[in-house]
Write a protein that binds this ligand. Structure first.
Ligand SMILES: Cc1ncc(COP(=O)(O)O)c(C=O)c1O
Length: 388
């Protein structure tokens, strides 16, 4: 069999190596504490599950949805007005996604021809690079450096590369570095996109997981944003709906229309009960959002405090459901450190190099376990002697 050349761009990579090592450890009877994958373990509110289950009992729910219901599009605009102060037209500026991941893997197909440049942060959430790869685009990395607060340094982007670039992917609060971006960053981003005629995709998956009184915002709330780009948002973390697969692409009309057109050739729309549950999530009582934020903040505090006591000093992240931690200098790579940590403690973390070359020297820890499990991980780390 001769498969497509494009498949050569995709490796199974470090994530499947880790999964295999995890299974080996479990087979040896070790209980692995998995801090590697960002799967939330906080379920959606009962009111959301009720709407989903009632709709799932309705025999009429099982037709093809084909497209977003107008109720869902309207709900998204109500949500964006109430939460971010952003006005959007429901018909032309909203497109649902079967999770942001789905949109991130497809949108470059609407923007970039093979060989076109797409600017992606490094390190980044992997599909930011894999989506453009599916489209055959050429990636140009924008390194995120600690000394620059992990913000994109626009002055470091080669002007010739910028002129050739079609799309730039940006995301704050940031996975994996946990950085947040100030308003001045968004103004600079919009100016840069205008100057070089680059479309912007801002992924806002973590706007609600901000700590210590910081309030997340929306890229679309900045003047001129809607002229240059779209924002992706997701109900996975904010409402604990990861498995239900709901996200949105919102903002620039032309970009939204092109994505809708592509998707109309790919899928038959989101399961109607999921659309109804999404409406309930984003327009109903929002107190669950604050509770979720508090839960992650407590886990963050438990992790940073207990790991520091165990000898692994980790800067408390300002946002997201992760911590981004430097590895001990005695280890040559983040992958070797992650494997040694798993071997000695049964704690599984993701090597920073899995997020791009600039992630080397770090690992990402996901705040997906309850506090007692986090404390157990810290205890095992303290006993391992890895940080002495
Ligand atoms: C930055 C970022 N964007 C998007 C996603 C995927 O979200 P969804 O579940 O909506 O596909 C994640 C999941 O971890 C993420 O970290």
């Amino acid at each position: 069999m001769h498969f497509a050349n494009r498949m050569e761009a995709f490796g199974t990579g470090i994530f499947s190596v880790l999964l295999q090592k995890k299974q080996e450890k479990e087979a040896q009877g070790v209980s692995v504490i998995d801090l590697s994958v960002g799967t939330p373990n906080i379920p959606p509110e009962e009111r959301i599950r009720q709407v989903l289950s009632q709709a799932a009992l309705d025999p009429k729910s099982y037709v093809y949805a084909i497209r977003d219901t107008s109720a869902l599009q309207k709900a998204a605009t109500i949500w964006y007005r109430r939460r971010y102060g952003v006005e959007l037209d429901p018909d032309t500026q909203v497109c649902s996604l079967m999770g942001s991941q789905e949109g991130l893997s497809h949108i470059a197909l609407t923007v970039a021809d093979p060989g076109d440049i797409v600017l992606v942060p490094d390190p980044c959430y992997p599909v930011f690079a894999d989506g453009p790869r599916i489209a055959g685009a050429q990636l140009s990395y924008m390194p995120l450096r600690k000394e620059n607060d992990y913000l994109i340094d626009f002055s470091a982007i080669d002007p010739e590369t910028a002129r050739r670039a079609k799309l730039m992917i940006v995301s704050y609060p940031n996975n994996p570095t946990c950085a947040i971006a100030p308003p001045s960053f968004y103004r600079e981003l919009i100016e840069f996109a205008r100057t070089y005629d680059i479309m912007v995709l801002h992924d806002n998956a973590y706007s609600e997981l901000t700590f210590d009184g910081v309030k997340g915002g929306s890229f679309l709330s900045y003047p001129g944003a809607v002229d240059v780009g779209v924002e992706f948002n997701s109900l996975s973390k904010t409402y604990g709906m990861a498995g239900a697969r709901v996200g949105f692409c919102l903002g620039n009309r032309e970009m939204v229309e092109k994505l809708k057109l592509l998707k109309s050739n790919m899928d038959y729309g989101m399961f109607l009960p999921v659309q109804q549950a999404a409406i309930e999530a984003i327009t109903g009582d929002q107190s669950c959002v604050e509770r979720t934020r508090q839960a992650y903040q407590h886990r963050r505090d438990a992790l940073c405090r207990s790991f520091s006591k165990a000898g692994w000093v980790i800067d408390p992240p300002k946002a997201t459901m992760f911590a981004w931690a430097a590895i001990p200098k005695t280890f040559p790579s983040s992958q070797e450190f992650a494997l040694a940590l798993l071997e000695k403690t049964g704690v599984l973390v993701t090597p920073g190099s899995g997020f791009g070359p600039s992630g080397e020297g770090y690992v990402r820890l996901a705040l997906v376990q309850d506090e007692d499990v986090i404390l157990e991980a810290a205890d095992r780390i303290a006993k391992s002697g890895l940080f002495q």
